[in-house]
Design a protein around this ligand. Structure first.
Ligand code: HEM
Length: 394
């Protein structure tokens, strides 16, 4: 009998698939309680159903490597966003085999164990490759995001009120007159035309300025009208435009909204309510979230170096695999937050609140400022400490 036949045969022998899947999660919770925070947003019954369906589909696809690849690659990608790390796969694999043994009793043979071990390793590898690909893609897109912010003289001219524009026009006219005097071309016709040209440019700029203001107003109207709407592409674009125009968006109520992959580098969202919002894979470099509510928010694989999250509620938020390098998290509530695999190098975590459900497995805290007693309260196995050492046991 080959590997696939052995897997098919043993899988078919399970007396009750649902009971098997439930037992599997029970064993995970007993033997690997540190994995449980990852399942905080779901019920074990739902997870058991999903696992059984996934195993059934996987066993059915074993004869078709392409189908298996198409199924498991994206699944691995999704697992990255759940905060699953490479090291978790072997733990889950072992528990899977133990559960089989427990369920099939004497019918479970060494051949079955070897076949399942091979199939699971292969599946885990495809999932990890899918996750690695997604991580690489996300890094390259977020790192090349450029801020199309208007800077320099044009932005300054846009912002000038009418009286100041007039003074500028007069000053420019004087300069033109002076030049004409120095170079000895007191040609009034030319001078007049030069001045009118300046006036024309001013008027055009003034017009643009008004259009700009009208555009900003439209953006705010879009944001206001999407209040209570979970997913609104128009709101996302409006927020990005406002940010490009350097408009502060503090005190916004964006609870539970979907803002996946939004680009808000350098934005001001202080005091906003983003409780339960989905900001997965967003670009938030240098953004200001001070005193905002981000509890239960999804901030998975977010690119946010130098983000300011001081005095923010991040309780039960998912920040796994995010780049939070040199971020400021002063007195931030991180109870129950998932920071699995997050880059917190050089971050300031002074006064943060953590508890046993704060998950820091795989997080990199090299050079971070944090009170050791706070880290003692969190789950830190596999975390890189501020001094560069890796936590191997609690
Ligand atoms: C071959 C291995 C695995 C398979 C076939 C598998 C299958 C699944 C499936 C089908 C889902 C449902 C959601 C979706 O389709 O995206 C899921 C969710 C999940 N899995 Fe896995 N999984 C595997 C490995 C792991 C490992 C190693 C972990 C680590 C602890 C893990 C943790 C999770 C978590 C946290 C969720 C999300 C729960 C939620 O809905 O919040 N899985 N898995």
């Amino acid at each position: 009998m080959d590997t696939i036949e052995l897997v098919e045969e043993s899988f078919a022998k399970l007396p009750d698939g649902k009971k098997f899947a439930e037992l599997f999660y029970q064993r995970i919770s007993e033997h690997s309680p540190h994995l449980m925070p990852l399942f905080a947003n779901t019920s074990m019954t739902k997870m058991a159903d999903k696992l059984l369906a996934a195993l059934t589909a996987m066993v059915a696809a074993l004869h078709d490597p392409e189908k298996l690849q198409n199924m498991l690659g994206p699944l691995g990608q999704r697992h990255l966003s759940y905060g699953v790390l490479e090291s978790h796969y072997s733990i889950v694999g072992q528990t899977l085999l133990q559960t089989f043994e427990e369920e099939l009793g004497e019918e479970w043979t060494d051949d079955y164990a070897a076949a399942w071990s091979e199939v699971y390793s292969n599946a885990a590898q495809i999932m990890q490759e899918g996750a690695a690909k997604a991580k690489a893609q996300n890094q390259s897109t977020t790192e090349t995001v450029k801020k199309p912010i208007k800077t320099g003289a044009l932005a300054w001219l846009y912002s000038l009120p009418v009286p100041k524009l007039l003074i500028l026009w007069l000053a420019l006219s004087v300069v033109v007159l002076e030049i004409a005097a120095i170079y000895g071309v007191p040609n009034w016709t030319r001078l007049l035309s030069a001045c009118s040209l300046v006036l024309l440019i001013m008027t055009m700029l003034r017009g643009n300025n008004d259009a700009e203001k009208a555009g900003i107003l439209e953006c705010w109207k879009t944001i206001d009208s999407s209040h209570g709407v979970k997913t609104s592409r128009a709101r996302q674009i409006a927020m990005e435009r406002l940010n490009e125009k350097k408009c502060a968006m503090n005190r916004l109520d964006l609870a539970e909204v979907c803002l996946i992959k939004i680009s808000l580098d350098g934005s001001d969202l202080s005091d906003s309510n983003l409780s339960g919002a989905d900001l997965t894979e967003s670009s938030l470099a240098g953004a200001n979230f001070t005193k905002a509510r981000l509890d239960k928010a999804l901030l998975v694989s977010v690119y946010a170096p130098q983000v300011d999250m001081s005095f923010v509620t991040l309780a039960k938020a998912n920040l796994s695999s995010s780049n939070l390098e040199k971020g400021s998290f002063l007195f931030c509530n991180m109870k129950g937050a998932n920071l699995s695999g997050a880059n917190l190098q050089g971050a300031n975590l002074t006064g943060v609140l953590m508890d046993k459900n704060t998950y820091l497995s795989g997080a990199d805290l090299r050079g971070a400022i944090i009170d050791d007693s706070m880290l003692d309260q969190a789950y830190t196995i596999g975390m890189i400490r501020p001094d560069g050492s890796v936590v191997t046991e609690v």
